[in-house]
Design a protein around this ligand. Structure first.
Ligand code: FE
Length: 132
């Protein structure tokens, strides 16, 4: 995979403030505010920064957490797991493998078949609806 490398100033020029804060500074959007929380259409969720294909609507589920949740990425290699010690917690951060955008966190309380919960910020994603 060809990595995309840009400076913070370059990303700042390309993204709105909220998207920049979340994807490049690892901020978290407030629960129940994201635009894709209740999105039910079929399609693919891509990285808002670089377009990398991340999650399919087929793996989206209602977690009750207030953030869009998936049990599996489209391809394991498209997302990268990173240990995150911020906020006095040990969590697994999920980033875009291609451009290092912060996407959200990974938890092991998801549904079958994986038992995983990829807890994402809507602001890190751009949804491409399937052609009907
Ligand atoms: Fe990306």
């Amino acid at each position: 995979m060809n990595k995309i490398k840009k400076s913070n100033d370059e990303w700042k020029a390309l993204l709105d403030e909220k998207t920049f804060n979340i994807t490049r500074q690892s901020a978290t959007e407030s629960p129940f505010t994201g635009k894709y929380l209740n999105e039910k259409s079929k399609g693919l969720y891509n990285c808002v920064c670089c377009g990398n294909e991340l999650f399919s609507s087929n793996t989206k589920f209602e977690s009750g957490t207030g953030w869009p949740s998936f049990f599996e990425p489209i391809k394991k290699d498209n997302v990268t797991e990173k240990i995150d010690h911020s906020h006095n917690m040990k969590r697994i951060e999920i980033i875009c493998t291609k451009c290092d955008a912060h996407l959200g966190h990974l938890f092991n309380d998801g549904p079958k078949p994986t038992g995983l919960r990829y807890c994402l910020n809507s602001a890190s994603l751009i949804f491409k609806k399937n052609d009907e």
